[in-house]
Design a protein around this ligand. Structure first.
Ligand code: AMP
Ligand code: ZN
Length: 137
């Protein structure tokens, strides 16, 4: 249910302060302390799960719905021009807090964020090979 060593579980218990902006039966959302843009918030399930691959499916659905709610508010109330939802699963994917969460990052036309990869044509054989692995079983 809860991990006493987890910073986000400690936010849920009230032992660590946070600026909560939304909550429901399964989720809470609070402001990120190191925001990428104005209004950057995190949505988490109330029940501890380390990451995307371990989170309960109904909690995942609830987090997705709450993220949509906050994305709409970012556009309506903060004047965001767009929104990124981001989840990092695993240290190799930049995850630093191991309580599943979705970043809701309001985007503004003139904000400084840039894609972390350079889009370019892929090798068709390599794409096909990866697709074959992914499509298996
Ligand atoms: P990630 O790197 O995807 O695991 O995201 C973790 C996020 O949690 C980072 O954006 C941190 O700035 C944020 N964070 C860490 N500790 C806190 C905290 N006590 N309150 C709010 N946000 C936090
Ligand atoms: Zn936790």
């Amino acid at each position: 249910m809860s991990d006493p060593n987890c910073i986000f579980c400690n936010i849920l218990t009230g032992d660590v302060p946070a600026t909560v902006v939304d909550e429901d039966d399964r989720t809470i959302a609070f402001m990120d302390i190191a925001p990428a843009t104005r209004g950057h918030a995190l949505v988490i399930p109330r029940v501890h799960a380390p990451d995307l691959l371990s989170v309960d499916s109904e909690d995942l659905a609830a987090v997705a719905i709450a993220s949509k709610r906050l994305a709409a508010r970012a556009k309506e109330r903060l004047g965001a021009d767009g929104v990124n939802l981001l989840n990092s699963c695993g240290a190799a994917a930049w995850q630093t807090v191991f309580h599943f969460h979705v970043h809701v990052i309001p985007r503004y036309r003139d904000d400084p964020l840039r894609l972390p990869w350079v889009p370019g044509a892929g090798d068709p054989d390599e794409i096909a090979a990866a697709a074959q692995e992914l499509a298996r079983g």
